[in-house]
Ligand binder design. Structure first.
Ligand SMILES: NC(=O)c1ccc[n+]([C@@H]2O[C@H](COP(=O)([O-])OP(=O)(O)OC[C@H]3O[C@@H](n4cnc5c(N)ncnc54)[C@H](OP(=O)(O)O)[C@@H]3O)[C@@H](O)[C@H]2O)c1
Length: 323
């Protein structure tokens, strides 16, 4: 079968298409014929060497895939064969025509949802639902959604009102992304590529932001504290697009009675996994999450696209056999 092998850490060129043996499911696993494989932002960082890989290269790259179950390992009910699922691997192996994954990491795809949409929505949407459940919005609150035009942010904008937000302020980079965040439902969008965007936000919503969904992190997190509601403002920190997690100290939070919740780690991930069925059921009512579909052998191009920050949705890889 064709697979994308990560030959080392580095630029997108380390992702190389190769012919490799088709895997067989071990006990507790399923094998799917992949129809849609999402290129995830954290994968680009792993490929670049920002974090260690669980299995060192050379290794078949990739974390998630959607497709049809074609074989099950020992201990797994045979009636799963033929069902469409999205799977998460144990850290490698999804950029391939056939993908093995633990059966417990599979989520059934509803009939009315395409494999592409399911693959594009599952990670971002399940994280957004878990963030919104954690925020416990009251119905009259203002939220800030950072990097809101795509991924997790795009689902936060679309779902925030249902979960109790009255006003949604978004940040996005450049005119096209700003327009997209508005179209998704943001009331106000601030360009986070402008130096001083945190000052602009604090000026336009002084002391009135109840919840910040922080995906940029770094020094901008502390700079947003003056915009937050004293006594009840909560920052939910889940990403570090700037290259560093939120740099906020207890000494900065305490005077304003603000809180910061770390939304990462194994227990968090377990909660997010529990939201996967919910987000797939919601996909038909939400904006299409797919920007581009590329052949699997153009995985390196997919990574270049994600790193360019141009796409307004997910980049999906499609194996030739299902094209
Ligand atoms: N804690 C968790 O469980 C969890 C789960 C999933 C993702 N994450 C993290 O959440 C963040 C967002 O992930 P995602 O999947 O939503 O991303 P995504 O859709 O792939 O896109 C990220 C967006 O962030 C913006 N961006 C990229 N580099 C940036 C930078 N240096 N500074 C500011 N903005 C930047 C880009 O928007 P503009 O072009 O508009 O700037 C891009 O559209 C990432 O840090 C990711 O690792 C965390």
């Amino acid at each position: 079968m064709q697979a994308i092998v990560m030959t080392g850490t580095g630029g997108p060129e380390v992702l190389v298409a190769r012919e490799v043996p088709r895997p067989r499911p071990a006990a507790g696993e399923i094998l799917i014929r992949a129809a849609a494989i999402p290129v995830l932002y954290p994968e680009t960082q792993l490929r670049a060497g920002a974090f260690p890989m669980a299995t060192p290269p050379p290794v078949i790259f990739g974390f998630q895939a959607a497709g049809e179950v074609v074989e099950v390992g020992a201990g797994i009910a045979a009636d799963l064969v033929g069902r469409r699922v999205v799977v998460s691997t144990d850290g490698s192996g999804s950029y391939a025509e056939f993908v093995c994954a633990p059966a417990q990491n599979a989520t059934l795809i509803p009939d009315e949802v395409s494999a592409e949409d399911a693959a594009a929505a599952i990670m971002s949407g399940s994280i957004a639902l878990t963030l919104l459940n954690t925020a416990k919005l009251t119905g009259s609150e203002t939220v800030v959604v950072e990097a809101a035009a795509t991924g997790v942010g795009s689902y936060l904008i679309q779902l925030a009102r249902e979960f109790g937000a009255a006003r949604v302020i978004a940040t996005a980079g450049g005119p096209a992304k700003i327009e997209h965040a508005r179209a998704l439902g943001a009331d106000l969008v601030i360009d986070h590529r402008n130096e001083g965007w945190t000052d602009e936000l604090a000026e336009r919503a002084p002391g009135t932001v109840d919840v910040v969904f922080d995906s940029i992190g770094g020094t901008s997190a502390a700079a947003l504290l003056p915009a937050m509601t004293p006594g009840s403002g909560r920052m939910l920190s889940y990403g570090w697009l700037s290259g560093a997690p939120a740099q906020v100290s207890a000494a900065e939070l305490i005077p304003g009675g603000l809180t910061l919740t770390a939304c990462a780690g194994p227990a968090w991930q377990q909660r997010a996994d529990g939201a996967r069925t919910d987000i797939l059921a919601r996909v038909p009512a939400l904006a299409s999450p797919v920007e581009t579909t590329l052949p699997l052998d153009q995985a390196a191009r997919g990574h270049e696209l994600v790193e360019s920050r141009r796409p307004l949705g997910k980049v999906i890889l499609r194996p030739a056999a299902t094209a």
